[in-house]
Ligand binder design. Structure first.
Ligand code: SAH
Length: 299
């Protein structure tokens, strides 16, 4: 009689057989919770039309389930020893629709895909998420450190509202799906984790006083700088935050920027209102508005 062994047992067995000691610095926290694995796979609503990108497959805990349900899986693993273990495991299981790439997912070019499913290495959460959003895809189901996930989804005026929330706002819809506790992994991380759904947003313009303004790459670049500068002083009035972080928006001279902002305030009551508000109380739309109004005056 074959007994179905638990995911925890199976994982430990594979690691032991290969003499692997997981490296926390590489974000190696392997999922051993079968129920959470099922949930993650369900959230992805896979069909045989889907090509799934997976970052950090490890020994294949998600990969094998993804391969059963999707047409094709592309999995990028940086650790060469782990990569080789997974390669052998897939061969042994007769799984032939997984393309394994041995490399740093932040650096390698992504092939085409339409979904992403990953239990991410947490140390690359930020760069990898922004890299995802440069690609065209339908849906991503991603595990992050809970605190990071909360900041992705931070609402205006709350402690979680951050540079990350404002930067993602125009690029993706972020939805919290489920919490995962440290015991669901080996080794157990010190923090809780969250599974999050991302769907790309395609916001092309914003209306300011009945006039439509494009949010093109150039505008988003200005917005990125303004957001970065402002959130360095999130509790200050946005005008003071911009002045204090003036180097980020291209100014050395405090007086010069102050004069420009004062002028703009005098010309436009909307600018005045926005510059008087504290950063954490300005919605992403308001910061975008301000960025557009300031755009021609920044360097
Ligand atoms: N998906 C597996 C493993 C998650 S741990 C599971 O759920 O059990 C994260 C994995 O990402 C580790 O195997 C680690 O070696 C790998 N990794 C870390 N940094 C990486 C990077 N920059 N690019 C690709 N993989 C990376």
């Amino acid at each position: 009689m074959t007994e179905k062994i638990s995911l925890a047992k199976e994982t430990k067995q594979i690691l032991n057989e290969n003499g692997i000691i997981l490296n926390k610095n590489l974000g190696q926290n392997y999922l051993i919770d079968d129920f959470k694995r099922k949930k993650i796979i369900e959230y992805a609503k896979l069909t045989k039309d889907d090509t799934v990108l997976e970052i950090g497959p490890g020994i294949g805990t998600l990969t094998i389930e993804l391969a059963k349900k999707a047409k094709h899986v592309i999995a990028i693993e940086q650790d060469t020893t782990i990569f080789n273990i997974l390669k052998k495991r897939l061969e042994k299981e007769g799984i032939d629709n997984v393309e394994l790439i041995n490399g740093d997912a932040v650096k390698v070019d992504f092939p085409e895909f339409n979904k992403i499913v990953s239990n991410l290495p947490y140390q690359i959460s930020s760069p990898i998420s922004f890299k995802f959003l440069k690609s065209d895809f339908d849906l991503a189901i991603l595990m992050y450190q809970k605190e990071f996930a909360d900041r992705m989804n931070g609402k205006v005026g709350t402690k979680q509202y951050s540079r990350l929330s404002a930067m993602l706002y125009f690029k993706a819809e972020v939805k919290f799906l489920t919490k995962v506790s440290p015991e669901s992994f080996i080794p157990s991380p010190k923090v809780d984790s969250s599974v999050v759904q991302l769907k790309p947003k395609n916001i092309k313009s914003i209306k300011i006083d009945d006039e439509e303004f494009a949010i093109d790459d150039e505008t988003y670049k200005v917005y990125s700088k303004v957001v970065k500068a402002m959130f360095q002083h999130r509790n200050k009035k946005s005008k003071n935050a911009l002045i204090d972080s003036r180097h980020i928006i291209g100014f050395k001279d405090k007086k010069e920027l102050k004069a420009i902002l004062n002028n703009l305030e005098d010309e436009n009551p909307k600018v005045k209102e926005l510059l008087l508000e504290r950063t954490i109380n300005l919605s992403p739309e308001s910061i975008m508005e301000l960025s557009i109004l300031l755009k021609d005056h920044l360097k």
